[in-house]
Design a binder for this molecule. Structure first.
Ligand SMILES: Cc1ncc(COP(=O)(O)O)c(C=O)c1O
Length: 456
C-alpha cells in the first residue's frame, strides 16, 4: 500500500463514492450527528488520511483531538491485534484483567501531585466528567457545582448542563441538571469585565467572594470544574494568577478542584497533562479527567483523583459494563509508553513554536486574524471582521475551513461565536507536513480576507 506523506486532491471533494455515501447518510443518520468534511475515510497514517475517492488529506483536527499519536500507530495496532486474539471483554466488574490495573498505576504516577491517587476508567469524556461530579458530591457531602462560561464538558445531562455554549449543545434539550452555577471565565481577548490585560490587575481572580455572596454559599459547593485550556470554548488559556487564586479559595472553603483534561491531556499542550503547568505554580487538581488521545481512537477515559476522594464512592457505585475495556486499556498503555519513550511532550512544544511563528507572520499580513493563542500544540486563531470592534467573523471562518478541506487540509472551528480555528494535529506531523498545511491555510485566509476587504 502506498505510504501517505502529503495531501493530494485528485477529484473534487466530495468525490463520487463519498457522494453516494453522503446520500445514504442523509437517508439514515439524523442531522444532529454533525460532520465537518463531506467525505469518508478509507485509511489513515500518521497525520494524513485517504478518503474513499483516493484524495489524501492532512488532518489538523486529529479526530477531534483523539489522534495525538497519529492514525494507525504500528505499535498500538500490533498491541491491540494481539489482545484481539486473546479476548475482547470480560467486564472489570466481573472478571479482572491486568491492563486495567497497570493503566491505573501509570496514570496515578503521571497525573501531577505528589499524593496518593487512584484511577477508574469509563468510555468517554462526558462519562469521566459525570463520574468526577458524582465522586466530588459523595466525598464532600455537598451538592453544588461551579462551571465556567465558555466551558465544554460533554453532551450527557449533567455535562451538557456544565457546558456553556447554548447552540448547538443545549438549545431545546432542557431542563438541565440541578445544582450547577456558572462563573465568568477569564477570556483575556474578550475580557468579560471589559478590562485590558496590561491594567486589569487580574480582576477575574477577585470575583469569588462576590460570587459566594450573590450566587451560592461556598459551604454548599462540592467542586469547581474547568478545562486548563478551554477547548470548544476557543482554546482560551486562563492566567496563572486566576488558577492560583482558585486553588486558594478551594482550600479555604474545602471545595474540590476538578481539571477536565479531556482535550488538553496526552501531550497536546507540550506536557503529558496541562495541569503540569499548574503544578509549576504549586497548584494541583483534586480530580483530573482525561480521554480523547488516551486510547488512540478506542473509547476510554479516566478519572484520576486523590485516593481518599475517589475512595468515597461505595462498591459498585462507579463504573459500567464496558468501562476500561481490555482492548482500549491495552491501546492506552501502549500510547503512553510510546509518548514517553518518543518524547511526545517535546514534540508538542516544537509544533507549538513552529506554528506560532508562522501564524504571527500571517497576523502581520491579514487583518482578519484578531488573536493567536496557544499552549504547546493546542493552538488557535480568532477571526474578526474588524480588529477594533472584534466583531466575530463566523461565516468567514466557515469559508476558510471549507476552502482548506477542498485543498487537502482538515481544520476545525471552535469558540462560543464559532469564529476560532483550532489546530489539533497529530503530534507525529512532520515539519514539512506542518509547512504544507499552514501554506494551505494561509492561501484560504488570504482569499477570504481579500473578499472581506472588498466588502468594506
Ligand atoms: C474538554 C472536554 N471535556 C469533555 C468532552 C466530552 O468528551 P466526549 O465527547 O468523549 O464525551 C470534550 C469533547 O470534546 C472536551 O473537549
Amino acid at each position: 500500500m502506498k505510504r501517505l506523506t502529503e495531501p493530494k486532491i485528485i477529484c473534487e471533494v466530495p468525490g463520487p463514492k463519498s457522494q453516494e455515501l453522503l446520500k445514504l447518510r442523509a437517508e439514515n443518520v439524523p442531522i444532529g450527528v454533525s460532520g465537518v468534511v463531506p467525505t469518508f475515510i478509507q485509511r489513515g497514517e500518521g497525520a494524513l488520511f485517504e478518503d474513499v475517492d483516493g484524495n489524501v488529506f492532512l488532518d489538523f483536527a486529529g479526530g477531534l483531538g483523539v489522534l495525538n499519536i497519529g492514525y494507525s500507530h504500528p505499535e498500538v495496532v500490533e498491541a491491540v491485534k494481539q489482545q484481539c486474539d486473546k479476548y475482547f471483554h470480560s467486564s472489570i466488574n466481573i472478571v479482572l484483567y491486568e491492563q486495567y490495573v497497570r493503566l491505573a498505576e501509570k496514570l496515578n504516577q503521571l497525573v501531577p501531585g505528589d499524593f496518593d491517587k487512584k484511577t477508574m476508567f469509563v468510555n468517554s469524556g462526558a462519562e469521566a466528567n459525570e463520574n468526577a461530579i458524582k465522586i466530588a458530591r459523595k466525598f464532600t457531602k455537598r451538592t453544588e457545582i461551579i462551571a465556567f462560561t465558555g466551558a465544554f464538558h460533554g453532551r450527557t445531562l449533567m455535562t451538557m448542563t456544565l457546558t456553556s455554549k447554548v447552540k448547538p449543545y443545549k438549545f431545546g434539550f432542557g431542563p438541565f441538571a440541578p445544582g450547577v452555577h456558572r462563573m465568568l471565565f477569564p477570556y483575556c481577548y474578550r475580557c468579560p469585565y471589559g478590562l485590558k490585560i496590561e491594567s486589569c490587575e487580574f480582576h477575574c481572580a477577585k470575583q469569588f467572594e462576590d460570587f459566594f455572596l450573590e450566587q451560592v454559599a461556598p459551604e454548599d459547593i462540592a467542586a469547581f470544574i474547568l478545562e486548563p485550556v478551554q477547548g470548544e470554548g476557543g482554546f482560551v488559556i486562563p492566567p496563572d494568577e486566576f488558577i492560583v487564586e482558585l486553588r486558594r479559595v478551594c482550600d479555604k472553603y474545602g471545595i474540590l478542584l476538578i481539571a477536565d483534561e479531556i482535550q488538553t491531556g496526552y501531550c497536546r499542550t507540550g506536557k503529558m497533562f496541562a495541569t503540569q503547568y499548574w503544578a509549576d505554580k504549586g497548584v494541583y487538581a483534586d480530580i483530573v479527567t482525561s480521554a480523547k488521545s488516551m486510547g488512540a481512537g478506542l473509547p476510554i477515559s479516566a478519572v484520576t483523583a486523590r485516593a481518599e476522594i475517589i475512595g468515597a464512592a461505595q462498591v459498585g457505585g462507579i463504573g459500567g459494563t464496558y468501562c476500561g475495556n481490555p482492548l482500549a486499556s491495552t491501546a492506552a498503555l501502549k500510547v503512553i509508553e510510546v509518548m514517553e519513550r518518543e518524547f511526545f511532550a517535546e514534540k508538542g512544544q516544537h509544533i507549538g513554536k513552529a506554528c506560532m511563528k508562522r501564524l504571527k507572520e500571517m497576523k502581520e499580513k491579514h487583518d482578519i486574524i484578531g488573536d493567536i493563542r496557544g499552549l504547546g500544540a493546542m493552538i488557535a486563531i480568532e477571526l474578526v471582521k474588524d480588529r477594533e470592534t472584534k466583531e466575530s467573523a463566523k461565516d468567514e471562518t466557515n469559508k476558510i475551513i471549507a476552502e482548506c478541506y477542498k485543498n487537502g487540509l482538515v481544520i476545525l472551528s471552535a469558540g462560543v461565536r464559532g469564529n476560532v480555528i483550532r489546530f489539533l494535529m497529530p503530534l507525529v506531523v512532520t515539519d514539512k507536513q506542518l509547512e504544507i498545511g499552514l501554506d494551505i491555510l494561509e492561501k484560504a485566509i488570504e482569499m477570504v480576507n481579500s473578499e472581506l476587504l472588498a466588502l468594506t
